[in-house]
Design a protein around this ligand. Structure first.
Ligand code: NAD
Length: 316
């Protein structure tokens, strides 16, 4: 990776990924693009709608990119509200990005998700290679995307790579409408109000990861020796698995007065229940030495400290 172009760069992952890559590879070697303009810009930026295949190709060519990271997508909860739009954006955008990578011989990264699994997938220690019959449009898009990336590698030799991200938690950019967003909201509400009403029910386990580990995973996978990758795309990766009461207990260890109650949102709860409790990420560990640094309590300590530094006042 020497010249990297990113789509969806203003999103929850993209905004922090751009900063990390600029630090590691040089500001001018990372071209951020998004359909909306960034609130602040620390380097090269272009407005790009990923549905515009020609402009994507031209921008990558002019920039002299050797790597394309495709992050633009509609996330699980939002996609369910507008499935036809989600299909067109998630599949059309990915196809345009893969074609750009094929024509310009770019290394390619795009994330899949734990949303690529469904209710018939084994829920505990979900294997890397297993049954995938998701019941959401987002999941359908992610499975098709995983297969498409494999196809571009096997048929065209494009160096495609990817992970199945769990829910990602960060204190920089708000999440974009996923099912696991509660695990971000809870920290903000803890600091602002000392209380959180969870839309996900007690006892609902999902995999999660703190953003610094997610960003490092992208860099490590992209820098890994391609000869050693057996799976290439859609590696299961996880840092922790918890239910709402566990993240609440972790916050309580730092803020003993914190309280939680529940007002379950059926739409997002149904999605959450169709996903695994905990995935097995041994393939990522074996093939490119993936290792997360943050467990739940380490993440809680860092999240609360960073949010307090942002001067978000605890109301109680
Ligand atoms: N955040 C998570 O917890 C998580 C978990 C698993 C997988 N993922 C995947 O990671 C990728 C990035 O997710 P995110 O959380 O940063 O999403 P996000 O919703 O925060 O950001 C997506 C970005 O894409 C941009 N975008 C939307 N339509 C566009 C278009 N037509 N052209 C160009 N840009 C457009 C949006 O403006 C936004 O900045 C997605 O593929 C998502 O499925 C995210």
């Amino acid at each position: 990776m020497k010249k990297i172009m990113i789509t969806g760069a203003c999103g929850q992952i993209g905004s922090e990924l751009v900063e990390k890559l600029r630090k590691e590879y040089g500001t001018d070697n990372v071209l951020a693009t998004d359909i909306r303009k960034p609130t602040s810009s620390s380097g090269p930026f272009e407005v790009l709608d990923v549905m515009d295949a020609e402009r994507m190709y031209e921008l990558a060519k002019q920039f002299g990119a050797d790597t394309l990271m495709h992050m633009a997508a509609l996330l699980s909860a939002t996609a369910e509200k507008n499935p036809v739009f989600a299909w067109n954006l998630n599949m059309g955008g990915l196809m345009n990005a893969l074609e750009t990578a094929r024509k310009l011989d770019l290394q390619f990264f795009t994330p899949s998700s734990i949303g690529a699994f469904g209710p018939t997938t084994p829920k505990d220690n979900t294997p890397q290679d297993t049954l995938q019959r998701p019941t959401t449009m987002y999941g359908v898009n992610k499975v098709a995307g995983e297969l498409l990336c494999d196809y571009y590698y096997t048929h065209f030799g494009v160096d495609t790579r990817g992970v199945r991200f769990p829910g990602l938690i960060s204190n920089v950019t708000p999440p974009g409408g996923g099912t696991t967003d509660y695990a971000v909201d809870i920290y903000y509400k803890a600091v602002e109000e000392g209380h959180y009403t969870s839309y996900i029910a007690e006892g609902t386990y999902m995999d999660m990861m703190y953003m610094p580990d997610a960003l490092q995973a992208i860099v490590d996978l992209m820098e890994a020796d391609g000869e050693k990758l057996i799976h290439r795309n859609a590696f299961n990766i996880t840092a922790m698995s918890f239910a709402p009461e566990h993240i609440a207990a972790s916050i309580k260890r730092v803020m003993p007065t914190f309280t939680i109650d529940y007002d379950v949102d059926v739409a997002r709860q149904t999605i959450a229940e169709s996903w695994p409790n905990k995935i097995d990420d041994q393939a990522a560990k074996d093939e490119w030495q993936f290792q997360a640094q943050y467990d739940l309590d380490a993440m809680t300590a860092d999240m609360l400290e960073k949010l307090r530094q942002k001067n978000i006042k605890h109301a109680s």
